[in-house]
Design a protein around this ligand. Structure first.
Ligand code: FAD
Length: 375
């Protein structure tokens, strides 16, 4: 796979676009698109070549998420989480976990999700309150994860749970069919991203042996901050800058197409030209920062962390601002939903609150820039 962004755009036109409206209207998980993501190789983008994947990294991850989000933010977000979970298995998983999970993804089109947040600790998802009781090689888990994107659709869930080592955490893989695991889809009624099935996951006496733990005992925090964070935060930057670019496309097309009785168009009005210019420059800046952050991260550059955190904050704010202006350009047609602008604006609002939220990240960025420990 080369030129992932362009391939992602072509893929999205054929296999994501036909389902986007239904995804929102009926809160329908984009199952058809995921089947095609598998058939077209996107689900194995970051899986190493020796396991049958394409062995790509952070830059290609960002490009794929961006390309998909320029058509459908929901599909892009669900896809993004899959790549993040895969990276944990790749960097910290045992040979057995890699073999089993990568094979299931490459051969059977399965995909992954992240079950980290809990109702209690909310945006501070790296502090799990669920319980993990160790008995020999087995651990029994109890608790509830609050919002699990792709809930019931993904086949493997990464779960953060306390370690036996005081103050430490572990990252586990829970297969979908594990006894004691259940989801409550009826609790998902998102303002936006309505198809992503971000529902609670109940964990009742789930017992797993240590082969399902990713990495050494107590290594969860290291995984969260060294692997999950760069891929997840950059991925969110890509999803929300893609959402902002999508708004530019809709607003500019509308401005050109909307004709008044005298034959002039919205695009002929100077104020509208300025709005379109502002939407474009805001979205393009977010996209450029995100792609540069991904490049810096992939090359382990000294300022990669600052760039990644900035890109995600800028992208979430850009998506909301572009949505506000795109609603203005879209007039009554946007308000009455004959344009998809309001859907995108609703999708955009998730950006500022998804953990680590824009507010929390702003603090992390300030700490990173002044040489302090995160979080
Ligand atoms: C669309 C969507 C999909 C999601 N998918 C997943 C998923 O797949 N997996 C998963 O694990 N979770 C997921 N989440 C959950 C998400 O990551 C957060 O954990 C959740 O939104 C936190 O909600 P809360 O009400 O508990 O926030 P709270 O923790 O109550 O925070 C409320 C507000 O206060 C701010 N705040 C809190 N603490 C601080 C602080 N110290 N400094 C500054 N500001 C602060 C927050 O930024 C936020 O704006 C998803 C959320 C959304 C919206």
């Amino acid at each position: 796979m080369n030129n992932i962004y362009q391939q992602g755009k072509d893929f999205a036109r054929s296999y994501i676009l036909p389902y986007t409206e239904l995804t929102d209207k009926e809160s329908k998980f984009p199952e058809e698109s995921f089947k095609k993501l598998s058939e077209n190789g996107f689900l194995k983008l970051v899986i190493p070549v020796e396991y049958g994947g394409f062995g790509k990294g952070l830059e290609e991850h960002a490009q794929a998420c961006l390309a998909f989000a320029e058509t459908c933010s929901t599909t892009a977000l669900c896809y993004m989480m899959h790549n993040v979970a895969l990276m944990c298995i790749l960097t910290h998983g045992s040979d057995e976990l890699k073999q089993n999970i990568f094979t299931d993804i490459v051969e059977n089109g399965k995909f992954m999700a992240l079950a980290y947040s809990e109702l209690g600790t909310g945006t501070h998802f790296y502090i799990p309150e669920m319980t993990a009781e160790v008995n020999g090689d087995n651990t029994t888990f109890n608790g509830t994860k609050s919002m699990v994107t792709s809930g019931t659709y993904a086949s493997y869930y990464l779960v953060l749970a306390p370690s036996v080592e005081e103050g430490k955490i572990n990252n586990w893989v829970f297969p979908l069919e594990t006894k004691g695991l259940s989801f409550d889809l009826s609790k998902w009624n998102g303002f936006g991203l309505r198809g992503n099935a971000s529902c609670p996951m109940h964990i009742e006496n789930v017992t797993l042996d240590s082969s399902f733990r990713i990495g050494a005992e107590g290594s969860g925090e290291e995984q969260v901050f060294n692997v999950v964070a760069p891929f997840f935060v950059t991925g969110l930057g890509a999803v929300y800058s893609g959402t902002a670019m999508h708004m530019f496309e809709i607003a500019s097309n509308h401005a050109v197409d909307r004709q008044y009785p005298d034959g002039t168009t919205l695009a002929n009005i100077e104020t509208i030209q300025i709005h379109i210019a502002n939407i474009y420059k805001t979205a393009a800046a977010a996209r450029a920062l995100t792609l540069d952050a991904a490049r810096a991260g992939a090359n382990s550059e000294a300022d990669a962390l600052a760039k990644i955190l900035s890109a995600r904050i800028v992208a979430s704010e850009a998506a909301i601002e572009c949505g506000r202006l795109a609603m203005r350009v879209g007039g009554g047609k946007a308000y009455n939903k004959s344009l998809p602008t309001e859907r995108l604006l609703r999708d955009a609002y998730a950006g500022q609150i998804m953990a680590p939220s824009a507010d929390v990240l702003a603090i992390w960025l300030g700490k990173a820039l002044t040489g302090q420990m995160i979080p």
